[in-house]
Design a protein around this ligand. Structure first.
Ligand code: M6R
Length: 603
């Protein structure tokens, strides 16, 4: 996802900004830019692709004097990854960089355009710099103009703004996207969207809270919230880059589990409106003539497709099938032109998925990819793409990529239900309400994590794990089992709860661990009786449910019981944490499990 850096001081401003951006590369980006205010001039440079392109572009530019600068790595959300859409965005005399999404940008853009403002980019960010200059023109005071600007913004943002009308200050604001400001012993000021950009530079830092805004000049930081000036809560900055990237977590996988709330907010932002789902990348005509959907993917991405196929049939009433890409390729599939072929891939480079996509394209099918990496091979080949906006996922075991895939597919099922009229606006509004709450549903509470840490010690042996569930909780069971086996090397299977009695129940004894997904809002009684059958055969049961279950050997009580998708996301986090804690106790390398690679680019 996007990264932000900023600096005020007299060291080499250009190098400090480029260096900071380099440290944020791990988050993923598709373009980058910097703007430097030195003496009376602002110089700005942007480049698409790798940071190296920006470094080359700025090669003949040097900074020598006291000044300031802002920089950004952009992961495209609104508008393609082009130079025009790259940050910093400029007005007449100011430049801005921004992470997050301004939800009301269209309304603000219309307002500014009606007042004669010309927009250069397709981004939501550009409204910020024009709003600031509009208020500056009337108030003639940059601080007041910035405060008025921030008041108008809805959504998530971390913002840095520099302007020729105040050559001493960087203006900043934070809401929903991370932002850190720090200083060194000389009073030089540093900004970053993550610690990693400040390591080795700032000595002490302040982690801004939501609603914070302010301005900073050499040796001075002023932070306000709701009109009140805040005390500066400075903390020493740790000095190790890798642990900064891990943000204090033991493993990237753990960090990525905790990030799910933030990335899911990114995934839905700008796409979930009051009464409908909207995708900038799609228009309704794309679905003309489509009578069925074929999903195709591997591993975790396959599991997300399998879960959401239930939603496509139930909500959009469209026949939907799901294939594992490596099987699909060699089965001489019957490909019909009325089929929309949807591939799902975190990396966009998985060889089997890519080849399946080419087969569908060559057969003349419309294709859509659900992908996390823009400009990847899959994105370049598919007719259309919906980016999942999970940011870079480092842990080999996929977590936040799965969460965002499910979210995009769920939204797509509602988008289709709307087009086809299979759900009423009221019903869609109801679903949208639930979607808006999902980022809160996946927040990891200390109590839950502690409980799973303790409980994991009982699950380090045995002759196998069965994760069981019904309906969408069956693919979640598959995904839970996949997580556990990948990083713990213990045998685990996902099974439809109702299938156990058709064979696998023969394995049941006290050394068979059953992880039972027992949501209250979907087939509770059915699953309960399946789990009772296993318990009667002495299987060890870990029940995950909002409803107390007396036959459980271990029980994790969930909070949500009103909507299957809320229960799904809550249980997803629990299964991820369980796999993580078992793996840590077994002393395994959680992020780089044996025999596995993050991206499988061979058959
Ligand atoms: O990048 P992709 O989503 O196409 O990758 C597909 C699988 O290789 C991947 O999901 C794999 O199963 C994960 N390591 C699971 O955690």
């Amino acid at each position: 996802m996007c990264g932000i850096v900023g600096y005020i001081g007299s060291d080499n401003i250009k190098e400090i900004l480029l260096d900071g951006l380099k440290e944020l590369e791990y988050r993923g980006y598709d373009s980058a830019g910097i703007a430097i205010l030195e003496e009376d001039e602002i110089n700005s440079f942007k480049a698409v692709g790798k940071l190296k392109n920006l470094v080359d572009k700025t090669a003949s530019f040097s900074t020598n004097a006291q000044g300031m600068g802002i920089g950004h790595t952009r992961w495209a959300t609104h508008g393609k990854p082009t130079e025009l859409n790259a940050h910093p965005h400029l007005g007449e005399f100011s430049y801005v960089v921004h992470n997050g999404i301004i939800e009301n940008y269209q309304e603000l853009k219309k307002e500014l355009q009606s007042e004669g403002v010309n927009f250069l980019s397709q981004t939501d960010t550009e409204v910020i710099v024009h709003l600031f200059e509009k208020y500056y023109h009337t108030l003639q005071d940059p601080k007041k103009a910035f405060v008025e600007t921030v008041k108008r913004l809805k959504g998530a943002y971390a913002i840095l703004l520099i302007t020729k009308v105040d050559k001493d200050r960087i203006f900043f604001a934070k809401n929903g996207s991370p932002m850190i400001v720090g200083n060194d012993e000389n009073g030089d000021i540093y900004f970053g969207s993550s610690d990693a950009a400040l390591i080795g530079k700032a000595k002490e830092v302040i982690y801004l809270d939501d609603g914070d805004y302010g301005w900073s000049s050499l040796g001075n930081i002023e932070i306000y919230n709701d009109g009140t000036k805040k005390e500066l809560n400075k903390k020493p900055l740790i000095g190790d880059k890798v642990s900064a990237q891990k943000g204090g977590f033991r493993f990237f996988m753990e960090k990525e589990i905790y990030e799910q709330s933030e990335v899911l907010s990114d995934t839905i932002m700008g796409r979930v409106l009051d009464e409908e789902i909207k995708f900038e990348e799609l228009d309704k005509s794309f679905f003309e003539g489509i009578e069925r959907i074929q999903f195709c993917a591997c591993g975790t991405s396959y599991n997300s497709a399998l879960a959401c196929a239930y939603l496509f049939e139930r909500d959009a009433k469209i026949p939907t099938s799901v294939e594992i890409a490596s099987e699909f390729r060699y089965k001489d599939p019957l490909l019909q032109k009325d089929t929309l072929f949807i591939v799902i891939s975190q990396s966009g480079e998985t060889a089997d998925t890519l080849e399946a996509l080419k087969m569908a394209r060559d057969a003349g099918l419309k294709t859509l990819s659900i992908c996390n990496v823009d400009n990847s091979s899959i994105v370049r080949i598919a007719d259309r793409t919906l980016l999942t906006r999970a940011g870079i996922e480092k842990g080999v075991a996929s977590t936040k990529a799965f969460a965002t895939q499910v979210m995009v597919l769920w939204m797509l099922s509602l988008y289709l239900a709307d087009i086809k009229g299979t759900m009423s606006r009221e019903e869609i509004k109801g679903e949208i309400e639930v979607i808006r709450h999902i980022p809160k549903t996946v927040v990891v509470e200390d109590r839950l994590h502690e409980k799973i840490k303790r409980l994991s010690k009982r699950y380090l042996h045995g002759h196998g794990f069965f994760y069981i569930g019904r309906d969408i909780f069956y693919p979640l069971a598959l995904e839970g089992a996949l997580k556990l086996k990948e990083i713990s090397y213990l045998h685990a299977e996902g099974y439809p709860a109702g299938e156990m009695k058709h064979g696998p129940i023969a394995l049941a004894d006290s050394e068979l661990f059953t992880i039972a997904l027992m949501p209250k809002s979907l087939h509770y009684d059915k699953v309960k009786s399946n789990v009772e059958e296993l318990s009667a055969r002495d299987a060890t049961i870990l029940a995950i449910s909002p409803e107390e279950f007396e036959l459980a050997d271990d029980f994790i009580k969930t909070k949500h019981a009103d909507h299957p998708m809320s229960e799904f996301f809550e249980m997803m986090v629990i299964t991820q944490l369980l796999a993580l804690e078992v793996s840590i106790r077994l002393g395994n390398d959680v992020d780089m499990p044996r025999n596995l690679a993050k991206s499988v680019t061979v058959e």
